[in-house]
Design a protein around this ligand. Structure first.
Ligand SMILES: C[S@@+](CC[C@H](N)C(=O)[O-])C[C@H]1O[C@@H](n2cnc3c(N)ncnc32)[C@H](O)[C@@H]1O
Length: 396
């Protein structure tokens, strides 16, 4: 089979008896023998059993779990080709789902490996990740994507007794490490020898701190942000700062603007841009995130930012010059889009982790807003995912 092109997940596409077949770990131009592992009415999913001809875009895969654990999708692709793939993927999706033809000229890419500040390990006597598409555990000694301090720590954790432990989450900031241990039974002091700043036990969703303050603090430039055991924080802190810099560039604030930061999480974007604006209001549905946002405001001595806990579609405020939206993968709901059109800001900056819902939303906003620029941030290198930042301005 000759691979014709890539799908939006980075899988090779070929046709078997005229049926589209998605092949993992296969690049355009490669000639491969495949084995189908999932046969559906309209498509097949397959894996390569033999490479008859390999592509010059193929990279040397330096991970013994690749294709088994499911964490990376693109390790087999030369990194420069990954960047090209992501640009084309977003351009294709914007066209297919939004009817938008746009040439993307910029992809920001600060780090390729060891970028993740959070890793979730499953535990069942052994410690590892789930095998792709299963709940079977594959033991892990080292992961190319996580902060090196996480790799060092798992070696030490694996020497300990892991009885009664279901899952271990490790979160890092520039200077701190936190361990969140999901347990089914008693935890004694077996983790006390580990050199970490906080240890939190999670029993049925109830958190108990057994070492340190029970949170860590991440710094982005001059700003500090509290990261609680279960709070959202971008998994790649270096890329997050560059993403926020791009938002700031697109906002081109003069100092007199009232900014609405919709889906603000713990207030990171709003806080980061606050010193350049007249005022910022952050809106977020999760009460715990809002509590952290208020703590972050105090920690950073920011006076001109406020937060409200609400569903984005339920707020009824006007008078904003710029609106920043950073919704979850589902994108903006219809009510929120109508609300945005009602408050009629000069500019909307849309930060998206899902190009399909982004395309739909840009199309829905297109009667009032024109796309002025689009930039990608490679927040998750070696995976199929990418963040998109769009600058929209009110049409003439
Ligand atoms: C992608 S995160 C953005 C967080 C933040 N901007 C950041 O960079 O850290 C999306 C946030 O939207 C919040 N959210 C989800 N649905 C929402 C809704 N209907 N209204 C308001 N916030 C919502 C989630 O709780 C989450 O914190």
């Amino acid at each position: 089979m000759v691979i014709e092109k890539l799908d939006n997940k980075g899988r090779g596409i070929c046709f078997i008896n005229n049926k589209i077949t998605f092949v993992e770990n296969a690049l355009p131009g490669e000639d491969v023998d495949v084995e189908i592992f999932n046969e559906k009415k309209k498509y097949n999913e397959a894996k390569v059993i033999k490479y008859n001809k390999k592509s010059s875009d193929r990279a040397c895969v330096d991970c013994k779990y690749y294709g088994i654990c499911g964490g990376c999708d693109l390790l087999h692709m030369d990194y420069s080709k990954e960047l090209e793939f992501k640009i084309k993927k977003v351009e294709d999706i914007l066209k297919k789902f939004g009817g938008i033809e746009y040439k993307i000229n910029e992809i920001i890419s600060p780090n390729i490996y060891n970028y993740r500040n959070k890793a979730t390990f499953q535990v069942n006597k052994k410690l590892g990740y789930f095998k792709k598409r299963t709940n079977d555990l594959i033991e892990i000694d080292n992961c190319l994507l996580v902060d090196e301090r996480i790799n060092d720590l798992i070696k030490k954790i694996k020497e300990l007794d892991l009885i009664n432990i279901e899952q271990i989450v490790i979160r890092t900031s520039q200077n701190e490490i936190m361990l969140i241990i999901k347990s089914t039974g008693k935890i004694d002091d077996r983790f006390s020898s580990l050199d970490v700043d906080s240890i939190v036990i999670n029993k049925n969703g109830n958190y108990k701190t057994i070492k340190g303050p029970g949170y860590i603090v991440e710094s982005l430039d001059e700003y500090k942000f509290i990261v609680q055991p279960d709070s959202f924080f971008q998994v790649n802190s270096i890329a997050a700062k560059l993403l926020y810099d791009k938002v700031l560039e697109y906002a081109s604030l003069k100092g007199n603007e009232k900014v609405l930061d919709l889906y603000c999480g713990t207030g990171t974007i709003g806080s980061y841009i606050s010193k350049y604006a007249d005022s910022v209001l952050g809106v977020e549905i999760n009460n715990y995130a809002i509590e952290d946002a208020i703590k972050n405001k105090k920690l950073n001595h920011i006076r001109n930012i406020d937060f409200i806990c609400s569903d984005a579609s339920n707020i009824d405020l006007t008078g904003f010059d710029i609106v920043i939206v950073d919704p979850p993968r589902s994108g903006l709901d219809n009510k929120t889009k109508e609300y945005l059109k009602t408050i009629n800001p000069k500019k909307i900056i849309y930060v998206s982790c899902d190009p399909v819902t982004l395309a739909r939303d840009l199309k829905d906003l297109s009667d009032k807003y024109d796309i002025k620029d689009i930039c990608l941030v490679n927040m998750f290198p070696r995976t199929e995912h990418v963040e998109t930042v769009v600058k929209l301005e009110k049409g003439e």
